[in-house]
Design a protein around this ligand. Structure first.
Ligand SMILES: Nc1ncnc2c1ncn2[C@@H]1O[C@H](COP(=O)(O)OP(=O)(O)OP(=O)(O)O)[C@@H](O)[C@H]1O
Ligand SMILES: [Mg+2]
Length: 138
C-alpha cells in the first residue's frame, strides 16, 4: 500500500489518479479528519489546470464547481457537515453523475455510501503519523 511522506506526495499521487479519469469519472474519498482528502483534491484539480488555492472545503454549500480548460467541470463535494443525505442534495448529486464527462470528487463519501455509483474510484486515506498517510485505491 502506498505511503506518502508529506502533502506534496499526496497531491502527486492524486495526479496519477487524475490521469485515469481524464475523460470523466467519480473519485470517492474516505478517511478521518486531516488525513488529506482536501490535499488530494487539490492535486487532482491541479492536474486539470485548476489552481489549488481555489480548492477549499465548502462552508456554506456542499458542492463547488470548477471549470477546466477542456470544457469539463470538476465538482468538489464535501459532505462532512452532513448527518443524513436528504433527497434534495441527493437529487442534485445524481444530476451531476449523469454527465459522464465531468469529474466528481467526494470527501466523506461514506455519508452517502449506499447511493454511490458502481463505476467509481475509492480512495482510503489513513493517518500513520504527523507526516505519513497510507493511501489505498479500490
Ligand atoms: N502525507 C500527507 N498527506 C496529506 N496531508 C498531509 C500529509 N502530511 C501532513 N499533512 C497535513 O495534513 C493536513 C491534511 O489536511 P486536509 O485538509 O487535506 O485533510 P482532510 O482529510 O481534507 O480533512 P477534513 O476531514 O477536515 O476535510 C494538512 O495540514 C497537511 O499539511
Ligand atoms: Mg477536507
Amino acid at each position: 500500500m502506498p505511503i506518502t511522506k508529506n502533502k506534496e506526495e499526496t497531491a502527486t499521487f492524486a495526479k496519477k489518479i487524475a490521469q485515469k479519469i481524464q475523460n470523466g469519472g467519480v473519485v470517492c474519498l474516505f478517511g478521518d479528519l486531516g488525513t488529506g482528502k482536501t490535499t488530494f483534491t487539490k492535486g487532482l484539480a491541479e492536474y486539470f489546470g485548476i489552481d489549488r488555492i481555489k480548492i477549499k472545503s465548502p462552508t456554506y454549500t456542499y458542492i463547488r464547481k470548477h471549470a477546466t480548460k477542456n470544457d469539463q467541470n470538476i465538482y468538489h463535494i464535501d459532505l462532512y457537515r452532513l448527518s443524513y443525505i436528504d433527497e434534495l442534495l441527493l437529487g442534485e448529486i445524481n444530476e451531476l453523475l449523469e454527465n459522464p464527462n465531468d469529474i466528481i470528487i467526494i470527501e466523506w463519501a461514506d455519508r452517502m455510501e449506499e447511493y454511490l455509483p458502481e463505476n467509481r474510484i475509492n480512495i482510503y486515506l489513513e493517518y500513520i503519523d504527523e507526516k505519513r498517510r497510507s493511501i489505498k485505491v479500490v
